[in-house]
Design a protein. Structure first.
Length: 173
């Protein structure tokens, strides 16, 4: 306002009409947008409703939202299912000798990889294997005798297969 006064102008007139009118009527020249909205009852109601809805929206939407977590089915152990299927197949054919020979092959490979043996001969290496594995010497010799029986017989029965399985699992523990 004072920046618009010209330096060449000698007389300046000051008018107090508008400032006195504002004091007596309660109005001011300095009005904001919000006060203009609050003058009229319908705009006041709409403004308050809008502010209340915005507050409610912010309040409800500010909480943390998690995405829906889908249910994931656990994976089937296909190797276990495969071995169960093969076991059922062998049991249906009653070929116990073939099962026993495969068990012996896996057992020999286990001994080779676990104890670093070049070749496995339980009869000759029974004391050394007993010390390394922690299995009693009698059980190692019984396992060797059971394996020899499997190789000697053309057919073996359920009892010998179960006995071989028990001896072999003593090493896996």
């Amino acid at each position: 306002m004072f920046g618009e006064i010209n330096n060449e102008q000698e007389t300046i007139y000051w008018d107090k009409y508008y400032t006195q009118k504002a004091r007596t009527t309660g109005e001011s020249n300095n009005t904001s947008y919000f006060s203009e909205l609050m003058k009229h009852p319908s705009l006041k109601a709409a403004t308050l409703l809008f502010l209340a809805l915005m507050f409610l929206y912010v309040l409800l939407e500010s909480r943390r939202k998690h995405p829906v977590i889908p249910v994931i089915q656990p994976h089937m152990n296909s190797s276990l299912a495969f071995s169960e299927t093969i076991a059922r197949l062998y049991l249906q054919h009653r070929n116990h000798k073939d099962i026993a020979l495969k068990m012996i092959t896996y057992f020999n490979e286990y001994l080779r990889s676990r104890y670093g043996l070049q070749s496995v001969n339980l009869e000759e290496q029974s004391e050394w294997i007993s010390k390394k594995s922690g299995v009693k010497l009698e059980d190692v010799r019984a396992t060797a005798y059971c394996i020899k029986q499997v190789h000697d017989y053309e057919q073996i029965d359920d009892e010998l297969l179960s006995q071989l399985n028990d001896y072999i699992f003593k090493f896996y523990k």
